[in-house]
Design a protein around this ligand. Structure first.
Ligand SMILES: Cc1cc2nc3c(=O)[nH]c(=O)nc-3n(C[C@H](O)[C@H](O)[C@H](O)COP(=O)(O)O)c2cc1C
Length: 443
């Protein structure tokens, strides 16, 4: 059948915090031990809803920014525990057939050869559905956990990461695509002429090669990135197959997408080869009132303000416990996540601070999405469709509101919102491609 209209479908991903999640939420599954089972259930539900990929975040220290202490984080289970996401990715890969699986691995801590082998292995194990969320790490404590004195400044982290990613790609490329022959008749596994030494000598990294892992199904795994600063955006535009936009409003989504597409063009890439997914935190209910009530109830939950302050302290390495809740914030900068700080403070670099009080900012931060998406599945699907039509593409990344993932929330999205999107022809109803990169480029 010939499509009579332009394809208006967009892509969907899910950004998932990888801690204990809602262990004390009335709608959560209770204080059960951490086994990864909740994320496995999420992956299965996402595959039923034909999502492009699930992204598992990771950080490498127990935060202590809030009150200069780990106490609040440990007490409430905020960004704690952090089990390693890689084994979970392998298990999810075995439990799914189509869903892309993206894990976060930091250029600051892995040795490039080991990372290249790890991501190549996962791409083999998932038959081409693996993606690497490239982060440079923004926590000073993480750098110290790895034996460094302190976190290098942002600019240097990105300069080093450019060389790092180049080396990883070259290591994966040491096996030509047709190097593996597996010919029983001639007793030949691989053609030695097609597996090369690299002898890479960079400014910060070096490696001899070849890689011990064979060329993965995608040629190289998909790369995902969330650059916020101008330097970070250029990094993302040069390397990523999909970029995460953490922005506010339809205008913010459009401006971010236009900007990274322009940077990609300047770097000689086809901007259409990059899918920019904006972070959203939809809350859907049977009725609008019910959805709004869910939102208000979460804001009124005991400990909400302290949890939110601690969370944003951890992203930004700034102690938000030091400020008066009923006063506006002073101008703030950080060597950690500047984008997250600006978004939380509702300001832009160089502009005066927001006149809102800290209490108001905390309230607004409950859903850190680009859009205010609270309503019935049909309401929210319409708002997402309208926003995407204005932005021009490419899709959304769901982030759990209040960072509290429950099975009730998973169902509300995968079996409530997504069918409403599908009925409007806005998202796919079946997978049409095999690998994550192909899935991202399907439309
Ligand atoms: C949705 C999203 C997910 C992110 N996940 C991680 C993560 O798991 N680990 C991490 O160290 N940084 C993570 N970051 C931080 C980014 O890698 C990056 O440092 C941040 O967006 C700020 O960009 P900038 O350094 O260019 O300002 C994430 C950012 C966003 C918006």
């Amino acid at each position: 059948m010939v499509e009579s209209r332009q394809d208006k479908r967009f892509h969907l991903g899910w950004f998932t915090y990888f801690g204990q999640n809602a262990w004390n939420d009335p709608l959560g599954s209770g204080p059960e031990p951490w086994t990864g089972e909740l994320h496995l259930d999420l992956a299965r539900a996402m595959e039923r809803a034909c999502f492009d990929y699930m992204l598992i975040e990771d950080t490498l220290s127990i935060p202590h920014a809030y009150g200069n202490s780990r106490a609040t984080y440990l007490k409430h289970g905020i960004m704690v525990p952090k089990q390693d996401p890689v084994p979970l990715a392998a298990v999810i890969g075995a439990a799914t057939r189509h869903l892309g699986i993206v894990t976060t691995l930091s250029t600051l801590v892995y040795q490039p050869f080991m990372l290249a082998r790890l991501i190549s292995t996962l791409d083999h194990m998932t038959r081409g559905r693996f993606g690497w969320n490239i982060v440079t790490t923004a926590e000073n404590a993480a750098a110290q956990n790895m034996g460094l004195k302190e976190l290098p400044p942002r600019q240097l982290r990105y300069d080093m990461a450019d060389e790092y990613v180049d080396l990883v790609e070259r290591l994966i490329g040491t096996w030509e695509p047709d190097a593996v022959i597996r010919d029983v008749a001639s007793d030949t596994y691989a053609d030695a002429a097609k597996v090369h030494e690299l002898n890479f000598q960079g400014r910060w990294y070096s490696s001899r090669g070849p890689l011990t892992s064979t060329r993965p199904p995608q040629g190289r795994p998909a790369f995902i990135q969330a650059g916020g600063s101008p330097r970070g955006r250029t990094f993302a535009a040069v390397h990523a197959d999909s970029i995460i936009a953490s922005v506010t409003g339809i205008a913010g989504m459009k401006a971010y997408r236009d900007d990274v597409r322009e940077r990609a063009g300047q770097a000689g890439r086809d901007p259409d080869a990059i899918k920019v997914l904006s972070l959203i935190t939809p809350i859907v209910g049977e009725t609008r009132e019910q959805a709004r009530e869910q939102y208000e109830r979460a804001l009124a939950a005991p400990g909400y303000t302290e949890r939110a302050l601690a969370l944003f302290s951890s992203f930004t390495d700034i102690d938000f416990g030091q400020f008066d809740l009923d006063e506006p914030l002073p101008p703030l900068t950080t060597n950690a996540e500047q984008g997250a700080l600006d978004k939380f403070c509702q300001t832009r670099p160089g502009e005066p601070p927001s006149p809102k009080t800290l209490r108001e900012l905390v309230r607004d931060s409950g859903t850190t999405g680009a859009l205010d998406l609270v309503g019935t599945p049909d309401d929210v699907a319409d708002m997402m469709g309208d926003a995407m039509a204005t932005v021009g593409g490419d899709g959304f990344l769901i982030a759990t509101p209040f960072h509290r993932l429950t099975r009730v929330y998973i169902d509300s999205i995968c079996d409530g919102l997504v069918p409403a999107l599908q009925r409007r022809g806005l998202t796919r109803t079946a997978y049409g491609k095999a690998t994550l990169r192909e899935t991202l480029r399907e439309f």
